[in-house]
Design a protein around this ligand. Structure first.
Ligand code: NDP
Length: 239
């Protein structure tokens, strides 16, 4: 039997690209979204539609989903993975950086949910997976605004899970610890980047994006009546 459609945001690098490869290998058709279209196309995954969508644009998000559903049938899984982390001390950081993180990490997740939820509720099935962070459960130095966005992702997911449980729609929060990706490179302070790298080294390095992707596929692959509400995955030595 053919597998259902999965939508993955932020599929152009890191965890999102790894999730795309794992779900493709499991036989799913995919809608891959990111701003860097050439990077999602370069994955060259079979049965995949690649669209340049900024998750902050709800219209473009919904249009891409409509287009993919015409090709592959209803969305069964939405993986809200797109995110940005701009570390900084609150008295030094620009409000533009706070805004960008809240727009992408919080509004982007809500935009995705809004684009798929009515149809999932109507057909009584589907899975929404939000990639949050351990920084959505505890705080870290220079993470205040980022933690604010990720605590929000945890809270929104848990609230939504309660709201849609009766409709048999699952809501899963994935909370990775340190993962080796491009994420840190967008922080402007060299000092903060160096401190973060030293912290990673002190625990023997970060885990791989593939590790998070395998855990995400595991959570999705449970029977529809089994919901892994939260999955925390981190380097063994991370505190
Ligand atoms: P990357 O920087 O490698 O990937 C981030 C992805 O998000 C890119 O594909 C990027 O695509 C996309 N993205 C950013 N802004 C937008 C936007 N406005 N619209 C659409 N897509 C966007 O980092 P990771 O793979 O590490 O991050 C993936 C998720 O994992 C994030 O939510 C992050 O917070 C979370 N996470 C990461 C951890 C880590 O240690 N790496 C730890 C815990 C959580 P493009 O630029 O092409 O638009």
């Amino acid at each position: 039997m053919s597998k259902p459609l999965i939508v993955i945001t932020g599929a152009s690098s890191g965890i999102g690209a790894a999730i795309a490869r794992h779900f493709s290998a499991a036989g799913h058709p995919l809608l891959l979204l990111a701003r860097r279209l050439e990077q999602i196309e370069a994955l060259q995954l079979p049965n995949s539609l690649c669209r340049q969508v900024d998750v902050c644009d709800p219209t473009a998000f919904s249009q891409a989903i409509e287009e993919a559903e015409q090709a592959y049938g209803p969305v069964d899984g939405l993986i809200n993975n797109a995110g940005c982390m701009l570390l900084g001390q609150l008295d030094e950081q620009s409000p533009a950086e706070w805004q960008q993180m809240f727009d992408v990490n919080v509004m982007g997740v809500l935009n995705g949910i809004r684009a798929v939820l009515p149809a999932m509720k109507a057909r009584r099935g589907g899975t929404i997976i939000n990639v949050s962070s351990i920084a959505g459960r505890k705080t870290f130095p220079n993470h205040a605004a980022y933690c604010g966005t990720k605590f929000a992702v945890h809270a929104m997911g848990e609230n939504l899970r309660e709201e849609v449980a009766d409709s048999d729609v699952r809501v899963v929060t994935i909370a990775p610890g340190a993962v080796e990706t491009e994420l840190l490179s967008h922080t402007s302070s060299e000092q903060i980047i160096n401190d973060y790298q030293a912290w990673k080294q002190s625990m023997g390095g970060a885990i791989a994006a593939d590790d998070v992707a395998a855990a995400t596929l595991f959570a999705y692959s449970q029977p529809q009546n089994v919901c892994i509400r939260e999955l925390v995955i981190a380097p063994t030595r991370q505190q």
